[in-house]
Design a protein around this ligand. Structure first.
Ligand code: CA
Length: 648
């Protein structure tokens, strides 16, 4: 991995009597943050983009059990710096990132002369900010009782948000797990439905003026994961901590800080279009790897029997079938999912792993995270919940050549659970194992922070297509939300590409797929995750023309570049991704009518490309097309269908 270069230039230190005139702008001067204070000494920030207000005066500050850093703040000085760094990161939307931001640090004192700092970094289209608490006296630790941090949107705003679930509900009391639905273009200030706020990230449409995506990053064992609390009617969304009931009520909902300490970064991506939101790398720009990779991890594609053949397929013969499928597809992995401990046993698993290796296929293995936090019954359990058993298990996993884990069913967003994620990742790295999480929280910068982290569910993933018809009826709509929201801030382990027409083992019963085969293929590119568990089945190889299966053999899972071309959340999206010198452009239509749009494909200008599309009878079609020198192309996308352009 290329060594990152960090260059921080201290430009000046200026003393201010008040915060009235403190501003920090992006390098291109389009995005501006203005800090102000009211008569009570509370601190606010306002965000404008191209002169238009994207966030009105929004509160800053926090209350700890040591002091109130929310009012009577007296600015003592401020510093402006330039933060410049370049890094490579193969697990996200862009493999090479250049980050340039103007930084403003505002240093305040409160009662008893205790210091408190707010750090803003403003890059083009992105703001990240955090609080820093020094150790002010003999008190070396604190509990953060509450954050005042808020986001106050103009009245013209509509929202694209998903509610946080109440704790200890849902299947086997495993929620929250970021598996609720979105309401598109909802009213500003609407109650969430469950009364416990909304999860990050949240997308806000600022009328005709632009778009704002709010999230957080850099969440490790040093803090809890936060969310947006229930908003005020006026459109103020405030950072809130997990519910006390999460983790079966155990562990603190409030984070603790060792001093000096700091909060995670809260991020605001701003644009006059959706392009900066789809393409943002802010979750990764402001964090650093927390440890070195013990080796170079190999990402790739996997098969898994569980998605379509379910629990009964956890037997030797069915796993052999899926290993053979992976081998035939040229995939790097098989995921052996839940229940292998009982239905296969450790010894037969070892011989299955050997068989897989003999076919050139490596193994991801499923584990339950619990533990004392929910009732999820599938085994193996009580192997990942504490360091003693975990390290013993991982030693064995390494000895038999397992390459990765899928750990499922976490307890919530408290700091104690963030520590569990981190401990699993850190131990797994020691034993050369990658980690995917399911039944879990949103990853917050983890692709960069943890070298062996390779994916999180935190979405209504493909299993729901098997479980319910409703998920199929809304599949296209949900797929067209993710690039703008969930998948914009972190990799999304969805388990895509379900080529069965009916979602059961024999492709003859169960829920009915509404989207086309081309749509399914397009999700392999649309959904970004460095390790993809594809939901294809052995029968698919006989059911479809060779070009469909060949596409699935060739499609990569890592990308050097991601470019937003067109779209609207929940309606349609056209997105381009480049792997080495090969471009994939996918266009997906969630609307009930055929969509004809003119798009600009500069990467294909004057070239011949492969085009996958839907015939009028909705079956897949493949042909070569020539793109004009202008790069313009008028494309027709079927309802719940897709097009895919690939460099040839
Ligand atoms: Ca799940």
């Amino acid at each position: 991995m290329k060594k990152l270069m960090t260059l921080v230039l201290a430009l000046c230190v200026i003393a201010f009597a008040s915060a009235e005139k403190l501003t920090v702008s992006s390098p291109d001067n389009q995005l501006q943050v203005q800090i102000s204070q009211d008569a009570q000494g509370a601190v606010f920030y306002q965000v404008t983009y191209q002169g238009k207000v994207m966030l009105e005066d929004s509160p800053l500050g926090m209350i700890t059990n040591v002091n109130d850093f929310g009012k009577r703040l007296k600015l003592i000085d401020s510093q402006t710096d330039v933060v410049k760094k370049s890094y490579t990161q193969s697990k996200i939307k862009h493999s090479q990132v250049d980050y340039l931001a103007n930084q403003l640090v505002c240093n305040f004192v409160v009662r008893n002369n205790q210091r408190f700092s707010i750090v803003f970094r403003v890059s083009n289209n992105n703001i990240a900010f955090k609080y820093v608490l020094p150790q002010n006296d003999g008190t070396a630790v604190c509990v953060v009782e509450e954050e005042l941090t808020g986001f106050k949107f103009p009245t013209s705003t509509t929202t694209f948000l998903t509610p946080q679930s109440k704790p200890m509900v849902g299947w086997m009391r495993t929620k929250p797990s970021y598996e609720e639905g979105y309401i598109p273009d909802d009213v500003l200030g609407a109650a969430s439905g469950y009364g416990v706020g909304y999860t990050f990230p949240g997308l806000f449409h600022i009328g005709d003026d632009g778009w704002v995506l709010v999230s957080e990053t850099g969440v490790s064992s040093q803090y809890c994961a936060s969310k947006l609390g229930e908003p005020t009617r006026e459109g103020l969304y405030t950072v809130a901590f997990p519910e006390p009931g999460e983790n079966n009520g155990l562990g603190s909902a409030k984070p603790g800080l060792a001093l000096p300490g700091e909060t995670p970064w809260r991020t605001i991506t701003v644009g006059n279009s959706l392009k900066p939101i789809v393409e943002t790398t802010i979750p990764f720009d402001v964090v650093e790897p927390l440890y070195e990779a013990s080796q170079e991890y190999q990402f790739g594609r996997s098969t898994w029997s569980w998605i379509m053949w379910q629990d009964q397929s956890m037997n030797y013969d069915d796993q052999v079938t899926y290993i053979d499928l992976a081998a035939e597809m040229g995939y790097e992995y098989i995921l052996i999912d839940a229940l292998w401990d009982k239905q296969l046993g450790y010894e037969r698993l070892e011989s299955l792993i050997k068989y897989a290796q003999s076919k050139g296929v490596d193994v991801f293995l499923w584990y339950n995270s619990n533990g004392y936090w929910n009732d999820a019954p599938q085994g193996p359990k009580q192997k990942m919940h504490n360091a003693i058993v975990r390290k013993k298990e991982m030693q064995w996993l390494q000895s038999v050549g397992v390459k990765g884990l899928k750990v499922d069913f976490f307890g919530g967003d408290k700091q104690v659970t963030m520590k569990l994620y981190e401990d699993i990742l850190s131990d797994a790295n020691d034993y050369g194992l990658m980690c995917i999480f399911h039944g879990c929280t949103l990853p917050r910068g983890w692709e960069r922070m943890y070298p062996n982290y390779v994916g999180s569910e935190a979405v209504l993933a493909s299993e729901n297509l098997v479980f319910s018809q409703h998920a199929n009826d809304t599949e296209a709509y949900n797929a067209c939300l993710h690039p703008f929201i969930r998948n914009a801030v972190g990799c999304m382990e969805f388990g895509p590409v379900l080529l069965n027409k009916r979602h059961n083992r024999n492709n003859d019963g169960g829920s009915i797929r509404r989207t086309t085969e081309t749509f399914q293929l397009a999700t392999a590119v649309l959904f970004q995750s460095p390790v993809q568990m594809f939901a294809i089945t052995p029968n698919n190889l006989k059911e479809y023309p060779a070009f469909v299966i060949d596409f699935m053999k060739d499609v990569p899972t890592t990308w050097d570049e991601t470019v937003f071309i067109d779209g609207y959340p929940g309606k349609y999206v056209v997105l381009a991704r480049r792997h080495l010198d090969k471009w994939y452009v996918v266009g997906l239509n969630a609307e009930k009518t055929v969509k004809t749009i003119k798009i600009n494909l500069p990467m294909f200008a004057g070239k011949k490309v492969d085009l996958y599309q839907d015939k009028d009878d909705r079956t897949p079609d493949f042909k070569n097309v020539s793109i004009k020198k202008s790069g313009e192309y008028t494309v027709t996308i079927q309802s719940e269908g897709a097009v895919i352009f690939v460099s040839n």
